[in-house]
Design a binder for this molecule. Sequence first.
Ligand code: ASP
Length: 459
Amino acid sequence: MEDTRVMIGEVSQHTGKEVQLFGWVHSRRDHGKLVFIDLRDRSGVVQVVLGSDIKGAGDLRLEYVIKLTGKVAKRPEKLVNDKIPTGAYELQATGLEILNTSRELSMPLDTDGREIGEDTRMKYRYLDLRRERLARNLINRHKVVKYIRDFLTERDFVEVETPILTKSTPEGARDYLVPSRLQKGSFYALPQSPQQYKQLLMVAGLEKYFQVARCFRDEDTRGDRQPEFTQLDLEMSFVDREEVMALNEKLLTLIVTKLYPEKKIQETPFPRIAYKDAMEKYETDRPDLRKDKDDPNLLAFCWVVDFPFFELTEEGGWTFTHNPFSAPKPEFESDLLEKRNVKDIIASQYDVVLNGWEIGGGSIRNHKPEALRAVFDVLGYKDTSQFNHMFAALESGAPPHGGIAWGLDRLIMILQNEPNIREVIAFPKTGDGRDLMMDSPSEVDPDQLKELGLEIKRK
Ligand code: ASP
């Protein structure tokens, strides 16, 4: 039999023809003799007219999953619904099959959901994601990621997956720990970023790496943070800061012009601001440079550069401002090696800022072991044995290299005009780190704890 299955978004191309539609009952109006429903699939919504002769028509309820056969017809001029793209068409049903029923919904799905409490939306996230807005966020997120993958692949980048079960490293946040069963009393840490692995891939000779990488940071609640989030992580060998910045600027610009043509980039090349000037002029290192903040389609990118490498801790020692693996700018190399004028050493760090959000940051790295050693000396690390592998690698023909990581969730949040990253993450966590749908974190079976050699101390 001929397959006449079509997506709802395409019905206009099948006027006058018999088609099959699959989808969910989005809304329903029962007029006795005639039942009207709006049928929804991923591509859209269309009105369906079911006569009383259609078996099961009267049984339909919201979110029932159905298969329909029928003829696509143009609606009379004055009944055209110009709010939806398929509003000039309807399906006149000739057959109905109910594929599944649905219990009564825990929240309405015919709105954009912003008026509904987030706890409900998270608990029933699989329903929340049926909303057009949320589905579009996921689909457009996919398009951005695919564009990035294609762009980087064309330029000889290799996508490499790095471990999730790894070791605690200094990225400035608290680690998530995973107990080891085979090495009782020992723990893996979930990666705060693939920083060390990507540098080790440069030592391995890969030259151009990227990854759409999941990162984990156990930080206290903040609106735009999630315990797990996604970075576009990349690293390149034999490059200087200009080359890394140029590549990223090009990719960001293309994402906007190709995938979000309705948006306007305020200024290209992206303006550059030294950290010191940003602090003096805007009192922040992520200034919002938009000339018109009411325009949701205006994108003001900028680079913030020339960050101090070190800052004083409360105890009077030094800590790194971004990344201990960063190199200083070339003209400060000897100061670092001599541990001279520490407070004036400028890092090769570059942050990319969009509409007041930091959406990425990176640096050229110390590829010589003595430079990394000097950083740890300034930081006052007495025991650097946890970095022995990094020193051994840097002593083994490490090429000059540098890279960047983007906060992908944030970028997509801004491009989708969403107020927070939870709206562009399929299954986000609450502000206090819970997955309300799965009810996680949760207690575990005492046997599991025993196997891990763990005991819970209750106060
Ligand atoms: N690993 C750094 C971060 O997560 C980014 C980078 O320097 O590439 O912030």
